[in-house]
Design a protein around this ligand. Structure first.
Ligand code: NAD
Length: 253
């Protein structure tokens, strides 16, 4: 039996991944602000500490995989929360669980977004996250920035952080990859669709394959990346978005 940990397991993509891992007969330790084994608010340093300590207690022999899936969407009015949960919550937990992942030569699958590749995102905001590790400065600056930019910047910084860690972590036996979903029908997207400003923008999004994605479609790729079948996938960013990224950036990859 393998042991995994996941954040953001209460609804949407995280809930589907949790279900699929449990169906395989493996142990899955769940962390969320609600309805989880470990209740923790990952927007705060205290909540992250609670989660890290509790996972260490639950999995003293190590982790075969970790999926930091908790995230908030661009429609959340407090853009600082988006930075704190999406970037610092995911990064700090991954760092805090490294020793457990090394023990079992485990795998990390970051859940980012196809918006992570958006060009021209606020460079200071990215720098405060990625270079300075300064949550206070990032959260102060982001209060003057719109939700779509804040969201994309949080996901770009997380993707770049993952890519920077990849060689070192691989040397210790831990593979890291990221999945970059496009619009996927979950409570997060539903909130966006109902938003007076973001709703119309999301509805006008072109998905070459037709419809929005489903949590099942995203979970399938996460499960693959966690598996031995993906043993040569390392530091990759998998766009799972029905072709939207290819449509918007045909010449970049
Ligand atoms: P969701 O809202 O269903 O799930 C998010 C989960 O995160 C929930 O269980 C929620 O309770 C948890 N969470 C939120 N704030 C938290 C906090 N402070 N502390 C702990 N847990 C917290 O949404 P989803 O669409 O399933 O999102 C999962 C991930 O996928 C997110 O990182 C999101 O950015 C990413 N994503 C989603 C889409 C999409 O269109 N749905 C697209 C790209 C990327």
């Amino acid at each position: 039996m393998k042991t995994y940990a996941i954040t953001g397991s209460a609804t949407g993509i995280g809930a589907e991944v949790k279900k699929r891992i449990a169906e395989c007969g493996d142990k899955i330790i769940t962390v969320d602000i609600k309805a989880a084994d470990i209740i923790a608010d990952l927007s705060t340093p205290e909540g992250r500490e609670i989660a890290i300590e509790a996972i260490h207690k639950e999995a003293p022999d190590g982790l075969d995989g970790f999926i930091p899936c908790a995230g908030l969407g661009p429609q959340v009015p407090d853009t600082a929360l988006v930075i704190s949960v999406n970037y610092f919550g995911a990064k700090v937990l991954t760092e805090g669980l490294k020793a457990l992942l090394v023990k079992k030569k485990g795998t990390v699958v970051m859940v980012v977004s196809n918006s992570a590749s958006f060009p021209g995102l606020n460079p200071d905001l990215i720098k405060f996250m990625l270079e300075d590790n300064d949550e206070e400065a990032a959260c102060k600056l982001v209060k003057t920035i719109d939700g779509a930019t804040a969201y994309a910047a949080s996901k770009q910084a997380l993707t770049r952080w993952m890519r920077r860690q990849t060689p070192g972590w691989a040397g210790e036996g831990v593979r890291m990859n990221a999945i970059a979903p496009g619009a996927t029908m979950t409570p997060l997207l539903q909130e966006g669709l109902e938003h007076p400003v973001f709703g119309e923008g999301i509805r006008s999004f072109t998905v070459p394959t037709g419809d929005f994605g489903t949590p099942e479609q995203i979970a399938s790729v996460i499960l693959f990346l966690l598996s031995e079948q993906a043993s040569f996938c390392c530091g990759s960013v998998f766009f799972v978005d029905g072709g939207t990224d290819a449509l918007l950036r045909p010449d970049e990859f």
